[in-house]
Design a protein around this ligand. Structure first.
Ligand code: ADP
Ligand code: MG
Ligand code: ZN
Length: 559
């Protein structure tokens, strides 16, 4: 049996050996044991159903939410001489019918379908008569409401499968390894613990970098100059940012493509094709770009602004280096990114509990930007993956170590200030008190009379803020979830206060922009966002928020 698998891997696919986890999955599936494969993006999940599909008799049904990817997958199977097809809404009704006829005759080894297919009576009837080898749920996290792209149509397949009758084996494949998603998939598809093959999240060929306090567009121009002809994606937070950056680079004669939901379908298609076929090497896009993009030689992914959570970040950044070559994932961070994401969460239609959950996830993303530990470790730890014993040695925190300073005393001052303030305030107010600021808001809450007022006046408010963020990132100080998270002490804080624990921080000299610029920038960003929201709802922007409200918001949000 093993021989047969390897033989197929070599003769059909031309690969020398299996990647981690592939063989374990393939063995189980060919033994008709329901299996869940959790492998990072680019880990080689397709092979996990393609090899058993070739070994087992009958037609393999692959359920995929990614219409754009189906055609690519089918084309590459056809190129290998393997009969395959796909059925989805991109085909004319006539073409769908023709294909269904061929499918019902058992002409194909692989049929890719969109989840919605299972809502069609005709399709179910054909499936009932067909000899099926296996059913595979690709991108299986879409089945779970805990997954980041939950699709109800995906979940409702499960009861419909019962009508089909004899399905020898069901498998699920995903790159999302959170416990909730995994156990949800297991329960729905009846997969035993020992048949969950989780290769872990680590992507040893990715180097993570955080860049703070730099002018974003000049950073990008310099980066592109240093990496000419390398394929890369630059993710922006808004369409306006994408348009602006595109124009800017284009005007300088740099050949770039762009992609966002505000463009026509035709324009998006062309842009995507130019990038995939390497006619253009740089893609500037919002998060609308990428689901279903299978481009292996992406050498870098730059985030122009911080995304909403680690899940999205890792997924987007993970589009780099699918070919296994060393690649860079760079996040350009500015504190205003936090406000932007809070704004997005706040205006979303989620219920209160879901919002709190998003704020919690956002905080973890913010902590990623402030931690001084290994960035790869941080991500793996977030996904509760097993930590390698050694830091990666490649990320910006591993590489660019500055001078290490003992800040235990400053930390103690910050912590006692939080305590004195009754654990009711956020980072910004705490920093103002420690700085000894004359801000009116302090007066309002009678904070000038605190004994910690002005204790850190030797530092700038920015420096104090940095230190507080650092304490939060290192879990020496806790935050209460919410739109305006309040600082709370935890057990670690108590240890620091009691002198049982010292605190060291790498001091970097981060140039930060002017306070005034910061608010102006944020105001402009919120305005752009309002325009996008309004365009989507086909309303004039001022109906959503007046300029005055936005100005207020950009001032009110604590940094
Ligand atoms: P995933 O679906 O897990 O993101 P894919 O199945 O698209 O990943 O595979 C990613 C890349 O890895 C593809 O280019 C694929 O051809 C390649 N690949 C898969 N398995 C192997 C293997 N055993 N040896 C070499 N390359 C492989
Ligand atoms: Mg895949
Ligand atoms: Zn590292």
């Amino acid at each position: 049996m093993i021989l047969e698998q390897e033989h197929i891997l070599k003769t059909y696919f031309g690969y020398e050996s299996f990647r981690p986890g592939q063989q374990e999955v393939i063995e189980r599936v060919t033994d008709t044991i329901n299996t869940l494969a959790v492998m990072p993006t680019g880990g080689g999940k397709s092979i996990c159903y393609q090899v058993p599909g070739l070994i087992l008799d009958g037609t393999a049904i692959i359920i995929s939410p990614l219409i754009s990817l189906m055609k690519d997958q089918v084309d590459s199977l056809l190129a290998l001489g393997i009969p395959a097809t796909f059925i989805n809404s991109s085909l004319s009704t006539e073409e769908q019918e023709n294909r269904m006829t061929d499918i019902s005759r058992g002409r194909y080894k692989f049929v890719y379908v969109a989840p919605e297919r299972f809502e069609s009576y005709g399709f179910i009837q054909v499936m009932r008569r067909l000899r099926i080898s296996l059913v595979a749920f690709d991108e299986a996290h879409c089945i779970s409401q805990w997954g980041h792209d939950f699709r109800p149509s995906y979940r409702s397949i499960v009861p419909n499968l019962k009508q089909i009758g004899s399905i020898p084996v069901v498998m699920a494949l995903t790159a999302t390894a959170t416990e909730e998603v995994i156990s949800d998939i297991q329960e729905l598809l009846h997969i035993e613990n020992e048949n969950v093959i989780n290769t872990g999240f680590a992507r040893d060929n990715l180097s993570f970098h955080i860049v703070k306090g730099r002018d974003r567009s000049s950073y990008i121009r310099a980066f592109l100059e240093e990496h000419p002809n390398e394929s890369g994606i630059i993710y922006t937070a808004t369409r306006k940012q994408a348009d602006a950056l595109y124009d800017q680079l284009n005007n300088r004669g740099i050949n770039v493509a762009k992609y966002h939901a505000g463009m026509s379908e035709q324009a998006r298609k062309e842009s995507q094709a130019a990038f995939i076929h390497d006619t253009v090497s740089v893609m500037i896009a919002t998060n609308a770009f990428g689901m279903g993009i299978d481009k292996s030689n992406v050498r870098y992914v730059i985030h122009y602004a911080m995304p909403m959570n680690i899940e999205s970040y890792y997924q987007e950044a993970g589009r780099a280096g699918r070919d296994g070559e060393m690649s860079d994932c760079i996040l350009l961070f500015s504190p205003q990114d936090i406000q932007l994401q809070k704004f997005l969460i706040e205006r979303s239609l989620m219920d209160e509990q879901a919002k709190q959950n998003e704020y919690r996830k956002l905080q973890a993303m913010v902590n990623y930007c402030h931690t001084q530990g290994c960035l790869s470790h941080y991500i793996l730890d977030y996904f509760k993956d097993n930590l390698p014993t050694q830091p990666c040695g490649r990320c910006s925190n591993c590489v660019e170590k500055g001078e290490k300073t003992d800040i235990t005393e400053e930390a103690q001052m910050i912590l006692s200030c939080v305590k004195r303030m009754g654990e009711r305030f956020g980072v910004s107010m705490t920093a103002k008190v420690l700085k000894g600021s004359k801000d009116k808001k302090l007066m309002e809450f009678r904070l000038q009379s605190l004994s910690t007022y002005g204790l850190l006046s030797a530092y700038t408010e920015k420096e104090i803020t940095e230190k507080i963020h650092f304490l939060v990132a290192e879990q020496l100080l806790a935050t209460e979830e919410g739109q305006f998270p309040t600082l709370k002490l935890n057990q670690n804080s108590v240890d620091v206060l009691k002198g049982k624990r010292t605190v060291t921080m790498y001091t970097t000299s981060i140039p930060t922009s002017d306070e005034e610029d910061y608010h102006k920038d944020l105001f402009e960003t919120l305005r752009a966002l309002r325009k996008e929201m309004a365009d989507e709802l086909k309303l004039p922007p001022y109906v959503l928020f007046t300029d005055a409200t936005l100005k207020e918001l950009s001032r009110y949000f604590p940094v």
